[in-house]
Ligand binder design. Structure first.
Ligand code: GLN
Length: 557
């Protein structure tokens, strides 16, 4: 019988529910259980694919091409749970499906209502993850208890325990215990209110995970236990981790959270084995060198916009025993201040993916700087496309070379719309999405990293490198080192004469794990380490970080 864990959040958003759910997944897997993870998001959009990164942070893409919430990135980095389209549902999808059923006549004669039709649909998407091989399904409910949008989801998970039996369901509530400086103490009242609201709906949480900046005293834990009607051992403190998010599972294990869960769900398992995790934290704590990487993007000031890229850089740092100092820089700032001032001193430059024209010229200038100064360069998706624009303009001398995404009438469309995209007008879920195979060129930098002939990577784009320019580019020193198996779509370009200049049409950051760095990120950071070593470790070479951070721009669409 598959067991169910539901994770809800209260008091405020951004408590790290995704991270906590992923940590629970990891702890249970390390106890030998097979776990599936899922997130239910109460907003109305069908998926986050059409939302601005300012609204939603990064869009996380799965192998099957679904565009999902960034919490699924945590799930994949922490666990081995197979993620598919069924791993992320929104209110939009739930309603869409119910309305389609209504149009097909499935509810003929009936009034279609939130209870039971919407709640049944929600319960069905949870049940979709149940099978003979799955011990535990962890379902995280997005948003905060008390939100209007969350109500049908909470009602559905309340009913769930009636359907599958109380012993097969566990409710974990994540809450905030704030420290009031003026009073000099932690406050438990917001937690009491939040649990009060849950209990009004009919959900009695089994475990409370209390996010806090300061240690919670035994006395406060007793108070929370008493008012919230949970045993004291089920009040789990989760303190802010100053050093790394990868400490969270260990901290929760120390508080015996995994034991509490398996006891409560009657799962008999051995202790969690966290040796790999401890090794990774040891390596993270004991780097042998420090390097700095500039990430030049349109949304540099938003900490979640390039989440998986920052994580993948950290993983590659762990792999190379290097502390990676990541400095996000707005590409518009490069246009204003010039690359020399902002980018001198970095050991590597990365341009991430993106959409829209703002900041494109800053990216082009940054790439030129990396190419001419022989600074390791890694371009991802739009980062690859801008690398081709730069090379086309400044090396092949194609005046006005551009992408037709930004200049429909460019004389040299080095980046153009994919054929399959030409007749598409709908915006949602219509890009070239998900895992696609790519064949690697013998002797290339890419092949040296992967050590494979064929790879599979995730995509999310409408435009591509125009193969008409392929031989011209190669003659000038930029080669295509990876293509679709039919040889038609260029997937990777590189400059063999450069110490490390690799740009990819796909998103390798979605397949990096802390315990297994992605080969291209590992290669990029290795090149950055080599550059630092060859320059000698001079602190005067450090970038002007504080100044860069101080020069902020207003967020725009
Ligand atoms: N805007 C570009 C395209 O659609 C790049 C997309 C991306 O970076 N994800 O092809």
């Amino acid at each position: 019988m598959t067991k169910h864990i539901f994770v809800t959040g209260g008091v405020v958003s951004s408590l790290g529910k995704g991270l906590t759910s992923a940590s629970i997944g990891l702890l249970l897997e390390q106890r030998g259980l097979s776990v599936k993870m899922q997130k239910l998001d109460p907003y109305i959009n069908v998926d986050p694919g059409t939302m601005s990164p300012y609204q939603h942070g990064e869009v996380y893409v799965l192998d099957d091409g679904s565009e999902t919430d960034l919490d699924l990135g945590h799930y994949e980095r922490f666990t081995n749970s197979p993620l598919t389209r069924d791993s992320n549902y929104t209110t939009g999808q739930i309603y869409l499906s119910v309305i389609e059923k209504e149009r097909h006549g499935e509810f003929l004669g009936k009034t279609v209502q939130v209870i039971p039709h919407i709640t049944n649909e929600i319960k069905n998407v949870v049940k979709r993850l149940v099978d003979d091989d799955t011990d535990v399904v962890i379902t995280e409910i997005g948003g905060t208890v008390g939100d209007i949008e969350s109500q049908p989801f909470l009602e559905a998970i309340r009913q769930f325990s009636q359907d599958v039996g109380k012993d097969n369901c566990l409710y974990i509530h994540l809450t905030l215990v704030p420290y009031l400086k003026a009073a000099g103490e932690l406050k438990t009242k917001p937690t009491q209110h939040s649990v009060g609201q849950l209990r009004e709906i009919g959900i009695q949480p089994d475990i409370l995970i209390c996010r806090t900046e300061q240690e919670i005293s035994r006395e406060d834990c007793e108070k929370i236990a008493l008012f919230c009607n949970v045993p004291i051992e089920a009040v789990i403190e989760e303190k802010d981790m100053d050093f790394s998010i990868y400490e969270v599972p260990l901290a929760l294990k120390e508080r015996k959270l995994d034991e509490l869960i398996t006891d409560r769900l009657n799962l008999s398992t051995p202790e969690a084995d966290l040796e790999d995790w401890k090794t990774l934290l040891h390596d993270l704590r004991n780097p042998q060198q420090e390097i700095s990487i500039a990430v030049v993007g349109k949304y540099a000031e938003h900490k979640d916009a390039y989440k998986s890229i920052y994580e993948a850089l950290d993983h590659a740092g762990i792999h190379n025993r290097a502390q990676v100092r990541i400095v996000p820089i707005q590409s518009e700032l490069v246009e204003r201040e010039g690359p020399e001032r902002l980018l001198s001193g970095f050991d590597g430059i990365l341009i991430p993916g993106g959409f829209g024209e703002r900041g494109i010229e800053g990216k082009v200038q940054s790439i030129r700087f990396a190419r001419e100064r022989e600074i390791p360069f890694f371009g991802i998706c739009l980062g690859m496309q801008t690398a081709c624009i730069e090379f086309g303009r400044n090396v092949v001398k194609l005046d006005g070379a551009h992408s037709t995404e930004f200049d429909k009438n460019t004389p040299h469309p080095v980046i153009c719309l994919l054929d399959e995209q030409k007749n598409i007008t709908d915006m949602g879920g219509t890009m070239r999405l998900g895992a696609q195979p790519c064949v690697l060129e013998e002797g290339s930098q890419a092949k040296a990293c992967y050590q494979l002939n064929e790879i599979s990577e995730r995509h999310r784009h409408r435009y591509e490198f125009n193969h008409v320019y392929r031989s011209q580019f190669a003659a000038h020193g930029m080669t295509v080192s990876g293509t679709s198996p039919d040889g038609l779509l260029p997937e990777i370009v590189e400059i063999p004469e450069h110490p490390w200049f690799v740009a990819v049409q796909f998103h390798p950051e979605f397949k990096s794990k802390p315990t297994k760095s992605h080969p291209l990120f590992a290669g990029f950071i290795q090149a950055a380490v080599n550059r630092r070593a060859s320059r000698g470790d001079s602190s005067t070479d450090q970038p002007v970080n504080e100044e860069v951070e101080a020069l902020d721009l207003d967020p725009a669409e």
